[in-house]
Ligand binder design. Structure first.
Ligand code: FMN
Ligand code: SF4
Length: 543
């Protein structure tokens, strides 16, 4: 009896109704001798018939249990799941909601990029009494707005061709992750605004070169654009590419905050003729970025490789980018600097809050040090080995506003990079589908029919304006604090609410080492044990 009633249970009722309606309509059509009634019935028969076939398929398929139990109706659930992010964003997200970037931050970037009014009415929407709230101190004697360009010279004593960089640059994103039009617009925006554009590890593409904006050429473990057939580093090819005047600095990628220690694979099917040429990889084969480098395996070898990059590039600033993992490993690199006398010109510290085209959730959420702790750790380690004055530090990790910049620079950064901030300037709406090749705004897709949506001259202007307006906002913040240049920012300029009744200065939260303290022997608990474990000849800890 139960089985007989099953078609009328709520689970199957939609399929039953479709099947019965289809049968009824066909019956009416058959019994109408003039066949005139088909003119009216045809469309409903097709619709209900198709739904019935869909329901039967749902019943028989084995991939989705929910479809087997709720034929036809479960598709509504899938549809709602599909459009859930958009529904949330359009209807339910408050100004301070939205991850990774709040609606407020995104709106600010859009407004600055479009030269629209970027002011807010009525008062802050921040809860200034919540734990974790941070603020910058102003002065009773504000300065006039600085007319100086905020730039920083990168290149230590061993670098014959230092680069004067803006304090705000486009963070590494490869052609491949980005569409050709995105790369074009970023680079021509950088050209117009006099700032730098990092290639990411996917090589220097023709789209980077079209508009001759300053380039930081990044190479990762795949050595794309300077590799031999077997994937090893090719020094001659590196020297040939790096000789280009447009390339201002060369950067070795050790790790990326969103997926530290994780390699990458571009599947063979996606290795187009164009990508195979740019990256120097074979068509029809998977394009692999291994998790580790082949060109070196110890801190000393790594320093020698950085020195080689500087030499091969004709003396351009050479540095590396990493997200801090085991503290003793970075300190091992510091010991290698001391032992070899080789110092990089810069270090870019990426935080685990950083972005990516695609990464495993566990890596994004729980691996690697956040940017602020990472920057401050590197800053102090370099002070501790007396190398801070010769190595500049860049910071990347959810930096999109002038306040984000000021805060990062107060705790150790000399300049800031933004990836997703500039993506918003290009029109990214944070739909979070970069990994599907179905980017709705043409920013992260290789589908030419989607990429054409991104109009290069318009977005060039927006990239330029976003950079310009953010630095203007930074100069306003600095002036209010009685400062003239971001290099004057210090931890004492910021405070944080650490509980409902307690406030701490950043100077307490981010205490500084004394110059040379690591060499002399530190008792600072953040460094003491890790320094003892670090060794220049291996990334493995002592003991
Ligand atoms: C789409 C995309 C592609 C990226 N590709 C690279 C890359 O090739 N090399 C790299 O070092 N970092 C890469 N990153 C990381 C960024 O350069 C940056 O370090 C990180 O996203 C933090 O900056 P953000 O918070 O402003 O996005 C990528 C990020 C994004 C969003
Ligand atoms: S709009 Fe494009 S670039 Fe932005 S999050 Fe969505 S898919 Fe990624």
């Amino acid at each position: 009896m139960e089985t007989l009633l099953l078609p009328f249970s709520p689970r199957y009722i939609v399929l039953t109704i479709c099947a019965v309606v289809t049968a009824l309509l066909i019956g009416i059509g058959i019994f109408d001798h003039n066949h005139k009634v088909w003119e009216v019935l045809l469309i409903p028969v097709v619709i209900f018939g198709a739904l019935t076939l869909l329901g039967i398929r749902d019943l028989l398929q084995k991939n989705h249990a929910v479809l087997r139990n709720y034929p036809i109706s479960a598709h509504i659930r899938f549809l709602l799941e599909e459009i859930r992010p958009e529904m949330r964003q359009y209807f339910f997200e408050s100004e301070k909601d939205g991850m990774p970037f709040s609606r407020d931050t995104r709106a600010l970037v859009y407004q600055r990029a479009k030269m629209q009014l970027d002011k807010r009415p009525f008062g802050t929407q921040e809860d200034v009494y919540r734990e974790g709230y941070e603020w910058m101190h102003h002065s009773v004697a504000p300065k006039a707005l600085s007319s100086a360009e905020f730039r920083v010279t990168i290149g230590g004593p061993d670098c014959p061709k230092p680069y004067s960089a803006s304090v705000f640059n486009i963070s590494a994103m490869s052609f491949g992750a980005l569409s050709p039009n995105s790369v074009r617009a970023l680079n021509s925006g950088a050209k117009k605004g006099g700032f730098a554009h990092d290639t990411g590890e996917g090589g220097v593409s023709p789209y980077h070169r079209e508009n001759s904006g300053d380039i930081i050429w990044e190479i990762g473990s795949g050595y794309f654009g300077c590799r031999n057939r077997d994937g090893s580093f090719n020094p001659e090819e590196f020297a040939r590419v790096a000789a280009d005047d447009q390339i201002k600095m060369v950067e070795l990628k050790i790790s990326q905050g969103a997926k530290p220690g994780h390699g990458g694979v571009l599947p063979a099917a996606k290795v187009s003729e164009e990508i195979s040429k740019i990256r120097g990889v074979a068509m029809g084969e998977d394009c692999i970025s291994p998790a580790t480098h082949r060109a070196f395996s110890t801190p000393l070898q790594m320093m020698a490789f950085v020195a080689e990059m500087r030499r091969l590039s004709g003396g351009k600033p050479a540095g590396f980018k990493m997200c801090i993992g085991h503290p003793w490993e970075f300190l091992a690199i510091c010991k290698a600097m001391l032992e070899s006398g080789i110092y990089p010109d810069f270090i870019v510290v990426d935080g685990n809050e950083g972005g990516t085209g695609a990464a495993p959730l566990e890596f994004m959420d729980h691996l690697g040090m956040p940017m602020r702790e990472g920057v401050n750790f590197v800053h102090n380690a370099l002070i501790g080995i007396n190398a801070r004055d010769r190595i500049k530090i860049g910071a990347a990790g959810k930096i999109a506003t002038a306040f984000d910049m000021a805060r990062a620079m107060a705790i150790g950064a000399d300049w800031c990079n933004s990836a997703r901030g500039f993506m918003f300037a290009l029109g990214c709406i944070q739909s979070l589908s970069c990994h599907t090749d179905r980017c709705p705004t043409g920013v992260t897709t290789q589908d030419p029919t989607r990429a054409r949506a991104l109009v290069v001259p318009l977005k060039t202007e927006r990239v330029y304006m976003y950079h310009h307006a953010t630095l203007h906002a930074l100069s306003e913040l600095l002036a209010a604090a009685g400062l003239e240049h971001p290099q004057q920012l210090r931890p004492i300029h910021f405070s944080k609410r650490t509980s409902s009744t307690e406030v701490m200065s950043f100077a307490k939260l981010y205490p500084s080492l004394r110059p040379g303290e690591l060499i002399e022997g530190t008792q600072d608990p953040r460094f003491r044990d890790a320094w003892a474990m670090a060794r220049a000849d291996s990334f493995q800890p002592v003991g």
